[in-house]
Design a protein around this ligand. Structure first.
Ligand code: HEC
Length: 209
């Protein structure tokens, strides 16, 4: 008999312990930063060509360990697309304001999520489909496919961002000539100059490659 009592109390204690605390469920912002973006960056950075003083350096996963590490990132990204569609997730633990004209604040994003849940799920599914192709490229150790599918994945990110984050963003007019980058201090100067002309620093670095 006493065993039943103990088992009963234990069950209550365990269930009470599983109630969770405020803050132990990630916000959308945390999912983006810690799972989606971190994994996507690892995938994008895995393949590329850089020009250095010693010539062109081709970067790609080579060893078994490289491919396995990359696979882990792809799996985290794919799983995150399931977490994204769990209803009721808060956009941000700490509300944030709009970043500029045409860009939603966290509260506006939250309202859009409530109103257009199915559309949001559709974008998450788009990213999942793209992530699966990235995973397939990794599993077949196909560097060209990894490069191609990685680029396509960028579109899946942007499609959702353009709808739920910065739908009417005002983009400054760009100069006709793309910025030219060089190695060393001159490169930094070129970046600063290009940023001054309205380029986002990340774009300058990407476009310069
Ligand atoms: C289904 C919709 C959706 C998809 C797909 C999506 N995002 Fe997001 N992402 C959002 C929304 C909404 C925000 C704005 C709210 C926020 O900051 O979390 C955001 C914000 C971000 C942020 C800013 C986080 C911060 O610190 O405020 C980053 C970085 C990001 N996303 C990266 C990515 C990358 C990389 C991908 C693709 C691999 C991606 N996202 C795919 C919806 C999406």
């Amino acid at each position: 008999m006493w065993r039943h009592w103990v088992a009963g109390w234990l069950t209550i204690v365990v269930i009470a312990g599983c109630g969770g605390h405020v803050g132990d469920v990630a916000s959308l912002q945390e999912l983006m930063r810690d799972q989606v973006d971190a994994s996507a960056d690892a995938i994008w950075d895995a393949v590329g060509t850089t020009t250095t003083r010693d010539g062109i350096v081709e970067k790609q996963p080579r060893s078994d360990a490289d491919w396995k590490a990359l696979r882990r990132h792809a799996v985290v990204l794919l799983e995150a697309t399931h977490l994204l569609v769990i209803p009721g997730r808060r956009v941000a633990a700490k509300e944030f304001p709009s970043d500029g004209p045409g860009v939603f604040s966290s509260q506006e994003i939250q309202a859009e999520l409530g109103r257009r849940q199915r559309e949001f799920a559709g974008f998450a599914q788009g990213l999942r489909a793209s992530g699966r192709r990235v995973l397939a490229a990794i599993d077949s150790r196909d560097v060209d496919a990894l490069l191609k599918e990685g680029a396509v994945m960028d579109d899946a990110c942007e499609a959702c961002h353009r709808s739920f984050w910065y739908p009417h963003e005002v983009v400054p007019a760009l100069p006709a000539e793309p910025p030219r980058l060089q190695d060393g201090p001159a490169g930094a100067g070129a970046i600063r100059a290009a940023v001054g002309r309205g380029f986002h620093p990340a774009c300058v670095v990407r476009c310069g490659r």
